[in-house]
Design a protein around this ligand. Structure first.
Ligand code: FE2
Length: 410
């Protein structure tokens, strides 16, 4: 095949991959039953990978050249149309995405935070019978048993001085599946308690195998913080009877925020937490039920509101209802982050836009954790994350970009 044709097919292959990745990302962000989702997504993944390979093999036996071709009756028009369509997608959509991805990576670098890296591989091991995860766990460079403990300071415009310095330990996506031994999680909990945060917040995907339900009390039970430990559930929690998960966690002292508000009084100020488990568990906390809307501070500002959600796809909801801060997980940072361009695959209707990190779109600042684990044990350049957030009332100038701004500051 001539080089020009090879180039056209290569560009089309990139557009083809982008098309199917976007489709899978969108599907996984929706409230679709697991079996149906997997029955749809796995063939889509195979099509994304195998279609270009199939075309390459076919080119050895059939004339698939496009440039200078005179006899168009011997090439299927469906192939010509699809290759042209995918090439168009690649040429129109990929350059702006690449520019965004490179700029986004730079923005993440300006997200000042301290990181302490831990190798917890001595505390856990792959224990499950899953052949997929046994194979993945043995891949070189896989960091799924490591842990980054990150410290970030978030400036909130309406945070009263009395709450300046309030700390939140943000955990997400523990994914108790039995694939990783309980000892790994015990070490994560020990490190969480070492952070001595005022609040601990877990943003979903806690347990998804019935055999791990006892882990809820055993592992999460010791979590304690001055102003409480809070949780919402995520899509993987719905793989079992999640009412049991709520019962087990509340029985050991954690506060269930699923679909409800919780008001806290700290230093004479009201802090409002609201749970949002959409789109998997309805309803989200009703803004009309907000327990305190009156000011308790001298400047007349309303109480600070924090949205605790599983999916960053609820960012527009949080913005619409005037939340100051939103905490989320779900996307796991993409789990595989390529040099320069970052993650490719994320179960979000926004693709990789909110894969992990801090994002400000007025009036809400969102922190998306990379999470602690996943049901697929692969993490390249995307270590598990435990975060200690310090809320600050001082607002310093930040990178302002209407569409995308990373704005975590000290
Ligand atoms: Fe998750």
């Amino acid at each position: 095949m001539p080089a020009v044709d090879l180039a056209i097919y290569a560009v089309a292959a990139m557009g083809h991959a982008a098309l199917w990745i976007v489709a899978v990302n969108h599907l996984q962000a929706r409230n679709v039953p697991r079996r149906i989702l997997e029955a749809i997504c796995w063939p889509m993944r195979f099509i994304a990978v195998l279609a270009p390979v199939g075309l390459l093999v076919a080119s050895r036996y059939y004339d698939l050249s496009l440039v200078g071709r005179t006899d168009w009756s011997t090439i299927p028009w469906g192939v010509v149309f699809y290759v042209g369509f995918c090439a168009l997608i690649a040429l129109v959509a990929l350059p702006p995405w690449l520019v965004w991805a490179l700029r986004h990576q730079q923005a993440q670098v300006t997200d000042h935070h301290a990181v302490v890296r831990h190798d917890l591989s001595t505390h856990g091991q792959v224990t499950h019978h899953s052949l997929k995860n046994r194979l993945l766990a043995s891949l070189p460079g896989n960091e799924f048993l490591h842990l980054d403990v990150t410290e970030k300071s978030l400036a909130l415009k309406h945070l009263p001085a009395e709450l300046d310095g309030l700390t939140i330990a943000h955990l997400s996506d523990l994914h108790f599946t039995g694939d990783i031994a309980a000892g790994w999680y015990h070490e994560v909990i020990r490190l969480t308690l070492e952070l001595d945060a005022d609040l601990i917040v877990i943003t979903g995907d806690i347990v998804e195998e019935p055999e791990c339900i006892p882990w809820l009390a055993e592992i999460c039970g010791p979590l304690r913080a001055r102003h409480g430990v809070y949780f919402v559930l995520g899509n993987h929690d719905t793989r079992i009877d999640y009412r049991i998960t709520r019962q087990e966690l509340t029985a050991v002292g954690l506060v269930d925020l699923g679909g409800r508000w919780h008001a806290l009084e700290i230093n004479g100020q009201t802090l409002l937490l609201a749970g949002n488990e959409l789109p998997w568990i309805r309803p989200a906390a009703d803004p009309r039920d907000c327990p305190a809307t009156e000011s308790t501070s001298d400047d007349g500002a309303r109480p600070v509101r924090i949205c605790v959600a599983h999916s960053p796809d609820q960012f527009p909801w949080a913005r619409e209802h005037g939340f100051d801060l939103m905490l989320a997980g779900h996307t796991h940072g993409g789990q595989i982050r390529l040099p320069l361009v970052g993650p490719i695959v994320c179960p979000s209707k926004f693709g990789v836009r909110y894969a992990s990190g801090t994002y400000f779109e007025s009036p809400t600042l969102m922190h998306v954790s990379r999470g602690l684990s996943g049901d697929t044990l692969i993490r390249w350049n995307c270590r598990p994350e435990l975060t200690r957030l310090t809320l600050r009332s001082h607002v310093r100038p930040v990178v302002e970009d209407e569409q995308q701004a990373a704005c975590s500051s000290h």
